[in-house]
Design a binder for this molecule. Structure first.
Ligand code: ZN
Length: 69
């Protein structure tokens, strides 16, 4: 049975940024490959304050999936 997604979002397979389904180019890394098969997410609001941002080495504040398959 196919797993139902909780949010109408897809994850960039390059940087794991979560974007809306209708977006074709990743706003974070410019990638064009996305996966619907992702799990968990974090919202990075400020890179300066966030130890999570450093951990993920994210270039921009955004929402990121924790796992992308
Ligand atoms: Zn990306």
């Amino acid at each position: 049975m196919p797993r139902k997604r909780k949010l109408p979002l897809k994850a960039c397979t390059t940087c794991k940024a979560l974007v809306q389904d209708e977006i074709e180019v990743c706003p974070v890394c410019g990638g064009r490959e996305f996966s619907d098969d992702w799990d968990g997410f974090v919202a990075i609001i400020s890179l300066e304050d966030s130890s999570i941002a450093k951990l993920l080495k994210t270039p921009k504040p955004s929402m990121y999936a924790l796992k992308v398959r």
